[in-house]
Structures are given as structure tokens and as C-alpha cells.
Design a protein around this ligand. Structure first.
Ligand SMILES: [Fe+2]
Length: 395
């Protein structure tokens, strides 16, 4: 097994998964010395009654919910973070619980960073490579989608409205103390969102397993994630109320998030970021479209890793039937088949042409992709022409 000369791995503090996970947040926070929670979420979750499920569980465990803030937009910003940090201080809160998708959790990470460090503007911390912890503010993240893995990553992506750019704040101190997985919050996710976010998680796991910064621990998390996703994502799309499959997907997403947080991603994310920026293709959909094509491109450099991944992508009897020399190629086909069947069941097309992308933007997309940070750790050097060929194949 591959072992780098040096690597680091930071875990989420503690995983609470399944029955009673929500109820146990209060006792875990008590151990961390806090009892006054600021709860962050969004308007839709409030309307669906999900915020109340969370606050009831906190109160029944003995916490005081000193403030509930649900005005977090889908694309949160530095201004929102600064505003919430003021509310945190005014309410004399001593801990944060975030319930939502990537935007809510990333906003909460920003608020936590700001109240830990002190000050009133998150922008002060941009570009700071090494940030000390500051005051410890207990923080629990409860994801309501199974894809971003934000509850287990060291990154917070927050928009700077003034300059119209997305800022990345990277620090091990944005990792939540508690990653709380309760399938009740994902049961109402529509099939299309379930499919897109689930295939994003699969991409995190496959890129984390095979990129240049891979390490034995992230590979271990990645293979567990791939298996959970392969076994449960189709069920979540076909039978949304299946609680076991939903909880398994929440676990797969968290494990994939932790894997890529500790090893990075690669070409699929590089091109996906540019497609999102230029054509507004949703992130998970871009991943689903690009993953098989990019694996085909990387195949000669990733043969060993892909051959290994095949074990987790197909049933044991199918794996043993494939000769050693064909496993890598078979893995790409298995991922392609899997993504296609999940997408088809959810009513998604995996062609760029069906998703609002026209060929006249290819050059711009490719130019941005080769300058994207995710490409630095891709196992195969990639030129603009390579990206253009991949876009053409995905059209
Ligand atoms: Fe992603």
C-alpha cells in the first residue's frame, strides 16, 4: 500500500450517528463546558419544522437555545457571517449548532472562527495559512444533505459580495467538534438532489483515494465511503423514505468528506468548479457528468488505485471474475454504469448539452480549469487541450 514520506490527517472531533444522535448533542456540549446554543439554519428547514426537531432535542437534553437564526441564504457571504457573530455575542451564546446543507455549515464555520478569534470582520483572516485556535467555541454540524461532507472538512467557502469571489478559509479549527448524522433530515430530499449530492460524495471518495496527496487513512475512509454509496445511493433515489439507506448515505458523505479534507481532490473538481462558475451547472451534477470521463483520462496514471477501488464498486462475485489486468478499466466502466443508472432513475441527463452548456464556452471553461487549485494534486498533468477533449466527450 502506498505510504507518503509525510502526511497529516485531522478527524472530525466526534461522530454521533443515528438514533439519539440529536438528543446527545446536549450532553456532549456539557462535557465541553457549554450550555447556551446559537442555532443556525435556513428558512426552508424552518418551514419544514426541522429546526424545531433540533431545538426540541437540545432543550430536552438540558441546553438553552439562546438564539435561532434562519436567514442564511443558499450562497452565504462574509457580511452574513459578520452579522451572525454580533448576534452570538448579543445573545451571550457559548456554542453553535448548524443545521443545513453546505452553505449553512460553512457559514457556521466562519462564525465560529470569528467568535473564537475575536473581532468583527472575517476578512481579517483571509490568506492566513496558520491560525491559532483562539477561544474554543463548541460547534456541532448537522447536515441535511449527503454530499458536501462539510461537517468533516477543514474548509469553509464563503462569498465576498464586494469582490464577487468565493473565499476559502482553511483551518483545522473550523472542523466541528460534533458531526451529527440523523437521517430524518434527509428523508425529504428530492430524487434529483439526492442523486447529484450522492455522486458528488462518490467523486470526493474516488479523487481522495487516487490523488497525489492520498495517504493510508484517507484511502481507508474513501473505500468505506465508496462501498456505502454504491450500496445505498440507488435505494435513496428509488425509495426516499428508506431510513437505513439515508443514514448510510449520510455516513458515506461524511467519510468521503473527511477523506478529501485530508488528501484533496483532482481534475473532476477542477473542471466542475469552472463549469459552475461559467455556466452555473450545479456542483453535484457537474461531478456526475465529468467523473467517468476524467477517470478515463487519468486511467494510465491511476491503474493501480482504480483496480483497488473496483472491489468496492462491484459485488464480490463480480470482482473475482475480472482478471487483474482488466480491473482498472472495469472500475471506470462500473463507475460510469453506476452514475448513469442513478442519474437515469432521478431523471437527470449526464450530457452537458442537456444542461445548458454550449460549445462556445468550452475555451473559457478549460482556461479556468487549468488554473484551478484542485488540478495541482491530480495524478496526471493536464493541458487546456486535454480539458477540451474531456468537455467534448461529455457534451
Ligand atoms: Fe465536491
Amino acid at each position: 500500500m502506498y505510504l507518503p514520506t509525510y502526511y497529516e490527517f485531522a478527524n472530525p472531533g466526534k461522530i454521533l450517528s443515528g438514533r439519539y444522535a440529536l438528543e446527545n448533542i446536549a450532553s456532549e456540549f456539557r462535557l465541553l463546558g457549554s450550555s447556551r446554543a446559537l442555532v443556525l439554519s435556513d428558512r426552508i428547514l424552518e418551514k419544514l419544522g426541522q429546526v424545531k426537531v433540533l431545538t426540541d432535542a437540545l432543550v430536552s437534553g438540558g441546553m438553552k437555545v439562546v438564539k435561532v437564526y434562519t436567514d442564511i441564504p443558499a450562497d452565504s457571504s462574509i457580511e452574513v457571517v459578520n452579522h451572525i457573530a454580533t448576534l452570538y455575542r448579543e445573545a451571550n451564546a457559548d456554542s453553535i449548532v448548524a443545521l443545513g446543507g453546505g452553505s449553512v455549515i460553512d457559514t457556521a464555520k466562519g462564525v465560529r472562527m470569528l467568535v473564537s478569534q475575536g473581532g468583527s470582520d472575517l476578512m481579517r483572516f483571509t490568506g492566513m495559512e496558520v491560525l491559532p485556535q483562539g477561544r474554543h467555541v463548541p460547534f456541532a454540524a448537522v447536515p441535511t444533505t449527503s454530499g458536501t461532507g462539510s461537517e468533516a472538512t477543514v474548509v469553509a467557502v464563503i462569498k465576498d459580495d464586494e469582490r464577487h469571489v468565493k473565499m476559502e478559509f482553511v483551518s483545522q479549527f473550523v472542523l466541528p467538534d460534533l458531526a451529527v448524522l440523523d437521517e430524518r433530515f434527509t428523508l425529504s430530499m428530492p430524487a434529483k438532489v439526492t442523486a447529484m449530492t450522492g455522486l458528488d460524495a462518490l467523486t470526493h471518495a474516488i479523487e481522495a483515494y487516487s490523488c497525489l496527496q492520498k495517504n493510508p487513512v484517507s484511502q481507508c475512509y474513501a473505500t468505506a465511503a465508496i462501498r456505502l454509496i454504491r450500496e445505498n445511493l440507488p435505494t435513496c433515489v428509488a425509495k426516499p423514505s428508506d431510513r437505513h439507506a439515508r443514514l448510510a448515505m449520510a455516513n458515506g458523505s461524511l467519510l468521503a468528506g473527511s477523506a478529501f479534507s485530508n488528501s484533496m481532490v483532482g481534475i473532476v473538481h477542477a473542471i466542475g468548479h469552472s463549469l459552475g462558475g461559467v455556466c452555473r451547472v450545479p456542483h453535484g451534477l457537474a461531478m456526475a457528468i465529468l467523473l467517468p470521463h476524467c477517470m478515463r483520462f487519468n486511467l494510465d496514471k491511476c491503474a493501480e488505485d482504480y483496480a483497488e477501488i473496483l472491489q468496492y464498486m462491484v459485488a464480490p462475485e463480480d470482482y473475482v471474475a475480472v482478471s487483474a489486468s482488466s480491473r482498472a478499466q472495469r472500475c471506470v466502466e462500473a463507475v460510469d454504469d453506476f452514475a448513469s443508472s442513478v442519474a437515469q432513475a432521478a431523471g437527470l441527463s449526464l450530457h452537458l448539452s442537456d444542461n445548458g452548456v454550449t460549445k462556445d464556452v468550452f475555451s473559457d471553461v478549460a482556461e479556468r480549469a487549468v488554473n484551478d487549485g484542485s488540478l495541482i494534486v491530480n495524478p496526471k498533468a493536464t493541458s487546456k487541450e486535454d480539458v477540451l477533449r474531456i468537455l467534448e466527450a461529455a457534451f
